[in-house]
Design a protein around this ligand. Structure first.
Ligand SMILES: [Ca+2]
Ligand SMILES: [Ca+2]
Length: 328
């Protein structure tokens, strides 16, 4: 016979409260799903998103329509002191359009590459050896083109989500509505995806517009485009683009099944819609897996994962679902 003696006090006493995102940038009308995890004195974790109390309505933060707000999340174990964590939410309003670079008219000299951290899992880059520093190439194979409509006549700023790794890989040529090409050189250098804006703004009406981007230096990578009359410091992928042909419908209701639970080796994730981003978080909030899923069934080998609690998160067009599984 095994006699298991538990330290009930440490099992019921909260030591720390963790939330998976404490700085949230939102555009009015969009939403963000949070996951709150409690760590107890004995070291075990528990998801308490639904049980915690929120200074705003529980657990949605969509009552903020514009401006900034701090939301305090509080949870108390069965014993001991309550713990709190504060998240900062910044909501900006404005009109604009989000475009995936890879979903426009992409000239044959451009490559569409897959990348886990790119929005929609893909980005474009001109094939190596193509450089045109003195003038825009102005032929279709060297161009990217995007047609879009805007809801209001206003002054708009062009944001690009780019990786420009060096001063020799940091420029494009830009033309709006067939106008002369403007050089955009010296774009913010970075080795990870960064939103950056073109210093010259555009006066744009509600008519249909065409943005043309020509290559200038090879090595510059373009993931996503945002044309906005508001602007914001966006640190994530931004809102969903509407120019990809992947069944972009407002009426999609995502569903996800995860089995077996508990899991020893292979975990099956069954989605009702794709493409979707699948992420696995350990109980301390660390992302331990990412896959851009194009198939309704995804099989993940979890044999080498440490035993414990994991959260499976799927995201399709801004809808997030979370499932809890236990790894034996
Ligand atoms: Ca280069
Ligand atoms: Ca993209």
């Amino acid at each position: 016979m095994n006699l298991i003696i538990k330290n009930i006090k440490s099992e019921l006493t909260l030591s720390q409260l963790h939330v998976d995102n404490t700085e949230i940038e939102l555009l009015a009308g969009s939403s963000e799903t949070l996951m709150v995890t409690a760590k107890f004195v004995d070291g075990h974790f528990e998801e308490v998103t639904q049980k915690a109390s929120y200074e705003n309505s529980n657990p949605k933060v969509d009552t903020i329509t514009e401006g900034e707000a701090d939301i305090t999340i509080t949870y108390q174990g069965d014993l001991g002191e309550a713990q709190s964590v504060t998240i900062h939410v910044n909501v900006s309003v404005g009109a604009g359009v989000w475009l995936e670079a890879e979903c426009g008219t992409v000239g044959s000299l451009w490559n569409i590459n897959t990348n886990n951290t790119a929005s929609n899992g893909k980005y474009v880059t001109i094939q190596s050896g193509n450089n045109s520093t003195d003038a825009a190439p102005s032929y279709a194979s060297g161009q990217l083109s995007y047609t879009f409509d805007l809801p209001a006549s206003d002054t708009y700023t062009l944001y690009l989500r780019v990786i420009c790794p060096s001063p020799d890989d940091d420029s494009f040529w830009l033309s709006m509505d067939g106008g002369s090409f403007a050089m955009w050189n010296g774009i913010t250098g970075s080795s990870s995806w960064t939103w950056t804006y073109f210093p010259t703004t555009y006066q744009l009406s509600t008519e249909t517009h065409t943005l043309t981007i020509d290559y200038r230096e090879d090595g510059a990578r373009l993931d996503k485009i945002w044309i906005t009359n508001a602007g914001a410091d966006i640190t994530n992928e931004g809102a969903d683009a509407r120019n990809c042909n992947t069944a972009l419908r407002d009426d999609i209701v995502q569903d996800m099944e995860v089995f077996p639970n508990p899991v020893k080796h292979e975990l099956n994730i069954l989605l009702s819609h794709v493409p979707a981003d699948i992420r696995i978080f350990s109980s301390d909030g660390k992302e331990v897996f990412f896959q851009h899923a194009n198939s309704l069934i995804t099989c993940i080998d979890m044999a080498h994962y440490h035993p414990g609690l994991y959260f499976i998160k799927s995201n399709i067009q801004g809808q997030t679902l979370v499932r809890k599984i236990f790894k034996d």
